[in-house]
Design a protein around this ligand. Structure first.
Ligand SMILES: N[C@@H](CCC(=O)N[C@@H](CS)C(=O)NCC(=O)O)C(=O)O
Length: 137
């Protein structure tokens, strides 16, 4: 997604969330390329790398995309499938149909996030897999 070898931070200068990342990187002495995002005209890079929230900061490193405290976010999102699934089996008619549409959208987001990877974190079974797998039943 980016051509740089080192970490690349996609951010907006005044973002407090971005500043956390910048302060941490500075404290740890990690050099990175900085890309300023225009939040009023969001880039393809932002839309593709954080498709659900479309927010900065996004950190790219070693082919990985890190945003929204990503693993915690996906673990939390997996719990939301339960709430939606509950509506699926409890409700009828239009509300059932709405829950069905929502569930399909959620699963598509999971599918896009998993991509060709074996597990959510890459090659090893991890936190998000443990969080999500029980809900597939
Ligand atoms: N939970 C996110 C929050 C990030 C966030 O809210 N970023 C704001 C900038 S400070 C943003 O990108 N807003 C764009 C929008 O709301 O469209 C994180 O921890 O990174």
């Amino acid at each position: 997604m980016t051509s740089s070898n080192g970490p690349v931070l996609l951010d907006f200068w005044v973002s407090p969330f971005g500043q956390r990342v910048r302060i941490t990187m500075a404290e740890k002495g990690i050099e990175n390329e900085y890309k300023e995002e225009d939040l009023f005209n969001k880039s393809e890079l932002l839309l593709k790398s954080n498709p659900l929230h479309k927010k900065v900061p996004v950190l790219f490193h070693d082919g990985k995309i890190i945003c929204e405290l990503r693993l915690a976010f996906w673990a939390d999102f997996s719990s939301k499938t339960y709430e939606c699934g509950t509506r699926l089996w409890k409700l009828k008619g239009e509300k059932h149909e709405a829950a069905k549409t929502e569930m399909i959208q959620m699963l598509k987001l999971f599918e896009a996030e998993l991509g060709d990877k074996k597990y959510f974190g890459g090659d090893t079974f991890g936190f998000v897999d443990v969080a999500f797998v029980p809900f597939t039943s």
